[in-house]
Design a protein around this ligand. Structure first.
Ligand SMILES: *[C@@H]1O[C@H](CO)[C@@H](O)[C@H](O)[C@H]1NC(C)=O
Ligand SMILES: *[C@@H]1O[C@H](CO)[C@@H](O)[C@H](O)[C@H]1NC(C)=O
Ligand SMILES: *[C@@H]1O[C@H](CO)[C@@H](O)[C@H](O)[C@H]1NC(C)=O
Length: 298
């Protein structure tokens, strides 16, 4: 059996298992999510009315698909759902993930171990060549050289960024260089920044990075505006307020579902599911950079 048909079978199998588990969970908590079930009913109706709307279902169903296997939060389920609906282009499918620690808890482990994906992992503290995890300090200045050093194909299926501080600028550096492209991007952000404030923690101010406080990362609007400037659409923010998911706009255009993606405001998570929080930053001199990429309305 070829790797790609194995991958497809594995994907279907995994999704079937996940559906069963979700169904069980659902039945245990019948009144848990009144909003979701209302939306589900109306989606089902619109499908039976108009079969060409069939694709519009999946882009609004992420909240039902979150599932944690090896990811920190529900990223595993979200990524499986995305690729079940947009497929992959490399054979085997390819990823790049940085900020993986030792690779035990990360966004690509399930894809790599169970579905035969291949790719590059980088982390500032860990080096495990047997799984293609290399010790590298990823920065906005060196990221494109690092991708070249490890012979990254120019189009990969998934890019996952988790650097706890300058994620926005590292992604921006990849986008500006225009040499390496990912069909899907999962990137961490700072949910504490309201969705109408386009700001990012200043990574150039000094050498301090994340110090365990609320001063880190980029707000959802800053990330969405950056993605938008390079034709990526924000499609989901997972429930624990940690990750954003982007898909290349072209893919959504081809499926005629771009208009079905909820607004940034609606996608923003106001309260993490597990209730985690950080110490409030007391150093008022720590800067935010505002409006680095302007959100241009349609
Ligand atoms: C079905 O939906 C498509 C896209 O929204 C629309 O263009 C088309 O007119 C609809 N057809 C019917 C029969 O409602
Ligand atoms: C985004 O897509 C538009 C329309 O296809 C294109 O004109 C533009 O150059 C793209 N922008 C970038 C940064 O690739
Ligand atoms: C950023 O842009 C917003 C919206 O255009 C504006 O209201 C705000 O004053 C700007 N902030 C700064 C610091 O320039």
């Amino acid at each position: 059996m070829s790797i790609s048909s194995k991958t497809v079978l594995c994907t279907y199998f995994t999704i079937a298992v996940m559906c069963c588990l979700l169904l069980i969970k659902w039945q245990c908590k019948p009144c848990g999510r009144p909003m979701a079930s209302t939306e589900q009913i109306s989606t089902t109706r619109s499908v039976s009315r108009n079969a060409s709307n069939v694709h519009s279902i999946w882009i609004r169903k992420f909240h039902e698909k979150e599932f944690k296997i090896f990811s920190q939060n529900g990223e595993d389920g979200v990524l499986l759902w995305i690729f079940a609906n947009i497929g992959t282009v490399n054979s085997p499918p390819r990823f790049v993930e940085f900020g993986t620690e030792n690779g035990n808890e990360c966004n690509t482990r399930f894809l790599r171990q169970q579905l035969g994906w291949e790719g590059l992992m980088m982390d500032g503290n860990h080096d495990i060549p047997s799984i293609n995890l290399y010790k590298e300090k990823v920065t906005a200045e060196n990221i494109n050289q690092l991708l070249e050093k490890y012979q990254t194909p120019s189009l990969i299926d998934l890019l996952s960024i988790d650097l706890d501080f300058d994620d926005y600028y590292v992604w921006k550096s990849i986008l500006q260089a225009n040499r390496y492209h990912a069909r899907v991007v999962v990137i961490e952000y700072n949910y504490l920044i309201p969705p109408n404030e386009n700001r990012v923690a200043d990574p150039f101010q000094d050498t301090r990075r994340w110090t365990g406080t609320t001063h880190y990362g980029a707000g959802i609007l800053a990330m969405a505006a950056l993605g938008r400037a390079y034709n990526y659409t924000l499609v989901y923010a997972e429930k624990n307020g940690v990750n954003l998911f982007f898909i290349q706009k072209d893919i959504l255009l081809k499926q005629e579902i771009l208009g079905r993606v909820p607004s940034v405001e609606r996608l923003h998570v106001k309260k993490p599911q597990t209730g985690w929080s950080h110490r409030v930053e007391v150093d008022k001199s720590r800067r935010w950079l505002w409006n680095d990429t302007i959100w241009i309305p349609d």
